[in-house]
Design a protein around this ligand. Structure first.
Ligand SMILES: Nc1nc2c(ncn2[C@@H]2O[C@H](COP(=O)(O)OP(=O)(O)OP(=O)(O)O)[C@@H](O)[C@H]2O)c(=O)[nH]1
Length: 455
């Protein structure tokens, strides 16, 4: 009966999936079950009699737990990590309690471990997923506050570097005219292709993520990828199937399990989605802005732009204690020209005068179509004499332009110019424009085709 009871107890111990061990008062292993052999990779014979702390990644911590169990009589959920002979680590929680001999003296410790490796891994993955989502959220937040695409690229890059440590890559933007993909920011390697066409990238061609260099049989290597020692992922940034750019990430497969790689891809996709939306908004905003500050007939800046620019320049001139000249150029008898030769000839005159004025621009000068047949020129850091001289040469250049009319004859125009100076005639845009306008009125009344400075 005695024999069968101990064999029953043994079977029970062996049936446990948790590693069970008894340790003597001097720290030597006295007995183990099969689960302990399995988790350590050491046969029972070698385990018995050996120092129990040898099998942990942190032997001192194991000994501390052992001491604690002795002093308290028991320890619960004591975290340790067992090191298998192969190097594989099993994270466990230990429950241990002392056991006594027949005289009631402490004879050793009985300890049971619960494998929490999978739980810990899931916990770490969850924590890392939360941290990554937090990073993406921060990136999205910052991107929403960007005013220009130029501000967005470094934010996207910084987020990608944080999301994918130990990778290399770059952010490309598609040039609207040529459709070429241009490298605008990069991390890690510095020899990424700087410029290539969408056709050189399988991701851009197909409008979806392209993964290659990771040993899959079919996925071909993109032409823009110079070295193929690393695996890589190309994420096209598209908005309504219109190309905005590309995110290219290269990574080394060593040590990453396929599940982890898959997770990284999903994160890359989420980050790219956010970057794509932000870039689409910014590009649209920039396009609208360009439309809103240009005059469609002449291509010059419009009044709205001028107002913002003059205010900015006035602040700059004030700080630098410098002068600024504002001149309004008005084509003489333009109504008559329109009435005589037709509106199209009038338009052609406006276009040619605009081109002339663009060529006239120097340094920080601002030239714009102020409305109708009126143009404004802003010249910074200029004295009155120099300004008048330049304006007179512009006036005579306008006079020497010749236009073919709708009837086939040629005609020409003259222009009157009124000018005011900062700070002499005012310290703000409205005053300066009013004074220039008054000077223009005087130029018209004085016989036209002349430059008049506010008195
Ligand atoms: N062709 C053309 N004409 C325009 C445009 N915008 C304004 N105009 C015309 O420009 C003319 C401006 O005429 P006015 O302001 O009377 O002045 P003006 O005939 O130039 O006479 P002065 O300024 O006194 O020399 C009007 O007939 C407008 O219709 C445009 O975009 N194209």
């Amino acid at each position: 009966m005695k024999h069968s009871r101990s064999s029953y107890a043994r079977s029970l111990i062996e049936a446990s999936l948790d590693p069970l061990v008894t340790i003597s008062a001097d720290g030597k292993i006295m007995d183990v079950n099969r689960a302990t052999e399995k988790v350590t990779g050491v046969p029972r014979k070698a385990l018995i009699g050996s120092d129990f702390s040898n099998y942990f990644t942190e032997p001192q911590r194991a000994r501390d737990g052992y001491q604690l169990a002795f002093s308290q009589g028991t320890v619960m959920d004591y975290p340790l990590a067992i090191c298998h002979a192969s190097g594989k680590i099993t994270e466990v929680l230990y429950n241990a309690s002392v056991y006594r001999d027949e005289e009631g003296n402490v004879a050793g410790l009985f300890a049971a471990a619960r494998d929490i490796t999978a739980l810990k891994k899931a916990q770490r993955e969850l924590e890392s997923a939360i941290a990554q989502m937090q990073l993406i959220r921060e990136m999205t937040d910052l991107l929403q506050s960007c005013q220009k695409t130029d501000e967005a690229y470094p934010i996207i890059k910084t987020a990608l570097v944080a999301l994918f440590p130990n990778t290399e890559g770059g952010v490309y933007i598609m040039e609207p005219q040529s459709r070429a993909l241009t490298l605008v920011d990069q991390w890690g390697r510095t020899d990424l292709e700087k410029l290539f066409m969408p056709n050189d990238c399988w991701g851009m061609r197909r409008g979806r993520i392209h993964i290659a260099g990771d040993g899959r049989a079919i996925n071909p290597i993109c032409r823009h990828v110079k070295q193929t020692t690393a695996a890589y992922i190309c994420i096209p940034l598209l908005a309504h199937s219109h190309g905005l750019g590309l995110i290219h990430i290269e990574y080394h497969l060593g040590g990453m399990d396929p599940e982890e790689i898959q997770r990284k891809f999903s994160i890359a996709e989420t980050a790219a989605d956010s970057a794509r939306l932000a870039l689409a908004n910014l590009t649209l905003r920039e396009e609208l802005h360009a439309l809103s500050i240009r005059d469609p007939l002449t291509g010059l800046f419009n009044r709205r732009f001028l107002e913002e620019a003059v205010d900015r320049e006035l602040v700059r001139m004030h700080r630098a204690d410098q002068t600024l000249a504002i001149a309004i150029l008005d084509i003489d008898h333009f109504k008559r020209l329109n009435d005589t030769y037709g509106h199209d000839t009038g338009d052609e005159v406006l276009r040619q005068v605009a081109q002339l004025m663009s060529r006239f621009r120097r340094g920080n000068d601002i030239v714009c179509r102020y409305g109708g047949e009126e143009f404004v020129i802003v010249m910074t850091e200029i004295a009155v004499d120099a300004a008048v001289e330049r304006l007179n040469s512009l006036r005579s250049a306008v006079e020497s332009l010749s236009y073919k009319t709708e009837t086939g004859t040629r005609t020409s125009v003259t222009a009157s110019i009124g000018m005011s100076l900062y700070p002499e005639h005012g310290d703000n845009r409205l005053d300066l424009i009013t004074r220039a306008d008054q000077a223009l009125y005087l130029a018209k009344n004085g016989g036209r085709n002349r430059v008049v400075v506010a008195d």
